[in-house]
Design a protein around this ligand. Sequence first.
Ligand SMILES: Cc1ncc(COP(=O)(O)O)c(C=O)c1O
Length: 406
Amino acid sequence: MRDPGQGDVALVARSAPLSKKLEPFGTSIFTEMSDLARRSGAVNLSQGFPDFPAPEWVKEAACRAIRSDKNQYAPSTGIPALRKAISSKMRDLYGLEFDPESEVTVTTGATEAIHSAFLGLLDPGDEVVGFEPFYDSYPACAAMAGAGFRSVPLVPPSFEFDSGELARAITPRTKLLVVNTPHNPTGKVFSRGELDTIAGLAIEHDLLVVTDEVYEHITFDGARHLPLAAFPGMRNRTVTISSTAKTFSLTGWKIGWALAAPELSDAVRKAHQFVTFCTATPFQEAMAEAILGAGAYYVRLAAEYAERREALLEILRNAGFEAHPPQGTYFAMADYRPLGFSGDDVEFCRYLATEVGVAAIPPSSFYHHPEFGKGLVRFSFCKKLETIRAAGQKLAALSRLEAHRR
Ligand SMILES: Cc1ncc(COP(=O)(O)O)c(C=O)c1O
């Protein structure tokens, strides 16, 4: 047996090992709810990962890349073929030109792009302004960069924001706005007018903007995704982030990107080289092929999601929820209060998973002020129709449950 040495004594004497920066952040709600779904055998409509297979032709491309020994470190900024493919997609779909050499950086998912952008662009004491509910990595990534995070509410049922409130959230410390459209968890697609307002404030206060556009190809009812970088005066102050996770049902591959003017890209790349340095080579090869060969795939993807959305909305309404139809993403928010449940969203989701057999996400963890999302629960519909229908059978029992159990 080893004697305790100096190092061990120091370990025992030291206070809690977690840094002060991360102290306010708990375990991600996705982990908690997915664990609960597994333990209770509930149908999992919580975390946003597809339960259906990814496209065969994309998987084949990755297998080919692995077999042909494209298995060593990629260039830190991404393999040239993928940078070129992303650049031509942005030109073809949105009329935006990005130089593959100096303006496109491949990252380990959008998650790492957000982290590297915040680390590369923010100094301690700076502030980020976003909307709430927010994707939970924004405040954490701001905190890891030593920056603060202020949020402006998106108010149900239409999840609009008050432009005066957004203007008032901007202080002399604000350096960056973060905008997620289509928006998780509300399913909102920011309108041209709303994006004009955001662009106007960014220009007036000379702010940088990070946009998170990972659901860019999943929109409904004629709603169109508009990249903020395409708005007048925004091209050179915006870091446009997206990924292939949601588009190609490949959340485990973690291929994302950050697109920005050379000076902003340099800042993102400085952080990226020390965060992950580079991203899995064979998956980059496959994604380059997938993006170049996508053609009508994006339209099919949105049509398939429209069918899943309809199935879920009907189930939710029949079960007694007040569902808020999303304009984009693969999430739907629904109000559970018409069911007579008076507890908070975490209690409701625990009850739903353990007693009813359906796992969902309590959105309060996406809020600084959970009262703005009171009574809401988020369901994912990136699931086979049979999974959604199986959840429907369980949810049908809700209206029959006794009042005292609510
Ligand atoms: C709004 C939003 N941004 C970023 C991500 C993460 O994307 P990636 O898997 O590419 O890291 C997600 C995943 O759920 C998301 O919903």
